[in-house]
Design a binder for this molecule. Structure first.
Ligand code: SF4
Length: 751
């Protein structure tokens, strides 16, 4: 290791939405990550890392790296082409779709994962000239139901103050493995050892978090709605609601109480597989607690009644007054809002509700594979792998091949890229400045712009540059504008640049669309080395400084007028561990609740509650007697940006977990092979006996089934891709989120 490389560089982990701060040492040649430790100066993680961060080099250094634009040939193979040819052909073909059928027939998917949200910001540069209207990303198969409910009740998504809550409830959530809040394992251990606090886990499986819980409610798979309805009904029927708090802060109590007075708690308990006494005593414990914080996640969000469950769990803590004070819940002050629950009309073919601007992932293929005149005819996909990560992989392959033109931007030849007409290579997340908007801390919130670790190789380009080149090929960038702004920067500095940009935008509002790419090409050239990709955040900082001036000044940052936005931007690009950009009081949370009043009454979901006792849940059939939880988070699963299977220290094949009693009945032993069949397909899987599993419930991990070249360069698949078994038809009636955690399945021994 040279003196240079002995230096600890600062970055972040990109393997889950927490993006913990990481310090790394590089190898002597400067090309690989040699050592990793937590970054004590990171405002969120404060030195914390889980086991996964030490494997980040598998993302950066890979045998499947794309180095040149690729064009699909008639036989399905790919040929490398130069950038000028790729950009010219893509622009021409997308413009033809726009001019013949309308830009709204070009669909956009992706724009960032758990480590990189800046491609999404830059994508506007080409989307706007193309007139693209519809888009989606993974949030629309996980979170949009929760966002929609939260928006209607509280005006925004609320996060729990888990470190200070007396009672913490994890609902369909195993934070030991999937995190979901800062320093999760440390927090869970502290909760577990504090006798004054109670940790409750609601999960069919006895997870690592459940091991540490005071109460584990092993609900029957897919029956969370009944358990929660029984608990809310207990609050109402035993008059445990916080009437004083509700009178001051909430509306709609009478309507809610009217419905829950009629809910049969014994029936709810029976359907959820728990004792009535347990349901009632847990509700009483919540009512008695000084403070309660709840975190729901994919175990319920990708399951039956998911939107209803999001509503019921909020009623549990709102009826007991657990919002807007320490230890409860808050809506965070963000630099951007990725958790919007706004309704934005419906999708053009299926008429599916669009939440936060996102078309439900489960309707996209049906909006391609149709002769409907409004069908999507082209698709732009970046930082996303829908063929692998969305329901029904085979239908996704069919849909992509049915398009008139499809373009993928990625660092590797993914399952999705292998169906596209053009594949464009991007720089990795460690070769440019990057950031995410998944920051929900309070009372201090932070933003972390990562500085690059490596020089990009010849070939790949930043997504910002790709979008800008397409915009130029479309004729959307006025001649001379870029140079004019660069000259202003050189002669009049940042203040003159600001004035020139705002004047140009006022004169020609169409420039707003290409503004991100323009900032990359102009302001980006004068930023500190390697930070060009952060340029689009300049506009975000100015917007934020205008809307949240008091919260920004409270952090100690200074600046008169528009200078404050520039001061924030300069701090973001120069501080390697992140910057606190918002400092608030608990009273500020109420300013984000419309009218300062929580809305308890959601008539559509209350109507569902009224039906629960007459509903006879029957998730399985004689043909498919098991429920598959597809995409379980385990100790060596993450998002799919690491494709090399060697990164896993254990569970290399991603085994099917099955209860030993079920396995014995089916003559399955440890390490045997089983065939799992669903309505969507069948796969052979390795079996692992696991007495933590509920009987009748099996699980497969997420992130498996990716192709990766072996030593001879031959692509090999490791494990089973869960979405070869899932269906886009099994989905929530309100927002279309899939029921991946309760897929009816059949398990058979393979000879
Ligand atoms: S996987 Fe998540 S929790 Fe673990 S180190 Fe990375 S960002 Fe932090």
């Amino acid at each position: 290791m040279t003196a240079d490389n002995a230096e600890w560089k600062t970055t972040a982990c990109v393997l889950c939405s927490l993006n913990c701060g990481v310090k790394v040492q590089l190898t002597e040649d400067g090309r690989s990550i040699a050592r990793t430790r937590g970054d004590e100066a990171h405002p969120g993680s404060r030195g914390y890392l889980c086991n996964k961060a030490s494997r980040l080099n598998y993302y950066q250094n890979r045998a499947d790296r794309l180095m040149s634009p690729m064009r699909r040939c008639a036989d399905g193979s790919y040929e490398p082409i130069d950038w000028d040819t790729a950009i010219a052909e893509i622009a021409e073909k997308l413009a033809a779709v726009r001019d013949t059928h309308g830009g709204d027939k070009i669909f956009y998917y992706g724009g960032g994962g758990q480590g990189n949200h800046l491609p999404g910001a830059y994508s506007r540069t080409s989307m706007q000239p193309l007139g693209m209207q519809y888009r989606s990303n993974a949030l629309a198969q996980e979170k949009t139901g929760e966002f929609w409910v939260a928006q209607r009740m509280l005006g925004g998504w609320a996060h729990g103050d888990f470190d200070h809550a007396q009672v913490v409830i994890f609902l369909g959530k195993n934070p030991w493995q999937s995190h979901g809040f800062s320093r999760a394992r440390i927090s869970i251990r502290e909760m577990a050892k504090d006798p004054e606090r109670t940790l409750i886990v609601i999960d069919p499986k006895r997870t690592e978090t459940a091991d540490l819980a005071d109460i584990h409610l092993a609900v029957t798979p897919a029956r969370d709605a009944w358990l929660l309805a029984g608990m809310v009904a207990t609050l109402v029927q035993e008059d445990l609601v916080n009437r004083t708090w509700l009178a001051e802060h909430a509306a709609g109590l009478d309507a809610v109480a009217g419905v829950f007075l009629d809910v049969d708690i014994a029936d709810c308990a029976d359907k959820s597989g728990l004792e009535e006494a347990t349901v009632r005593s847990t509700a009483r414990l919540i009512a008695r607690a000084d403070s309660v914080a709840v975190l729901e996640d994919l175990g319920v969000q990708m399951n039956r009644h998911s939107t209803l469950v999001s509503y019921l769990q909020r009623l549990l803590w709102l009826l007991t007054g657990n919002f807007g004070r320490p230890g409860t819940h808050y809506t965070a002050n963000g630099l951007g809002n990725l958790a919007s629950g706004d309704e934005n009309g419906v999708s053009p073919v299926a008429g599916a509700r669009i939440i936060g601007g996102l078309v439900p992932c489960n309707v996209i293929t049906s909006e391609v594979l149709t002769d409907h005149p409004n069908r999507y005819r082209a698709m732009f996909i970046e930082s996303g792998n829908p063929v692998h990560s969305l329901a029904d992989s085979s239908r996704w392959r069919e849909a992509l091949r049915a398009l008139e033109v499809s373009v993928v931007i990625d660092v590797a030849m993914t399952e999705t890229a292998r169906q596209a007409d053009y594949v464009l290579p991007a720089t990795t997340q460690y070769e440019k400045a990057e950031a995410t908007f998944f920051n929900f801390e309070f009372p201090d919130n932070y933003f972390h712009v990562r500085q690059p670790l490596f020089e990009p190789p010849e070939g790949p380009l930043d997504e910002a540059e790709i979008h800008m080149r397409i915009a130029e090929a479309l004729g959307a960038v006025p001649e001379g504008l870029e140079q004019e702004l660069i000259d202003v920067l050189a002669t009049a500095g940042r203040e003159g640049f600001r004035e020139a940009v705002f004047t140009k935008l006022a004169e020609d509002p169409a420039l707003l669309g290409i503004a991100p790419g323009l900032l990359y090409r102009t302001l980006g050239t004068v930023l500190p080395a390697g930070m060009r990709n952060a340029a689009t955040l300049w506009a975000v900082c100015h917007q934020y400084a205008m809307s949240s001036r008091a919260a920004l000044l409270a952090t100690g940052l200074e600046g008169e007028g528009m200078d404050l936005g520039d001061a924030l931007f300069d701090a973001l690009v120069s501080e390697p561990s992140g910057v606190i950009f918002s400092r608030e009081q608990w009273s500020d949370v109420w300013a984000r609740v419309p009218g300062g009043t929580v809305q308890l009454e959601l008539p559509d979901l209350l109507a569902d509650v009224a039906q629960l006792n007459t509903e006879s849940p029957e998730e399985t059939t004689a043909e498919f007697p098991f429920l598959l939880s597809a995409g379980e988070r385990r100790s060596f699963t993450a998002n799919t940006i690491i494709r090399n299977p060697e990164w896993r220290r254990k569970d290399a094949q991603g085994a099917l977990f099955i209860n030993p009693d079920d396995a014995a009945r089916l003559n399955l032993g440890e390490g045997s092979t089983a065939r799992i069949s669903t309505r969507a397909g069948a796969q052979d899987v390795l079996v692992a006996l696991n007495d933590r599993m509920h009987k009748g419930h099996v699980s497969l991990p997420n992130g498996m089934g990716l192709d990766y070249p072996d030593a001879e360069g031959v692509l090999k698949k490791t494990g089973t891709s869960p979405n070869e078994l899932t269906s886009s038809e099994l989905r929530d009636e309100y927002v279309g989120t899939p029921w991946h955690k309760s897929v009816p399945a059949r398990i058979e021994a393979v000879d």
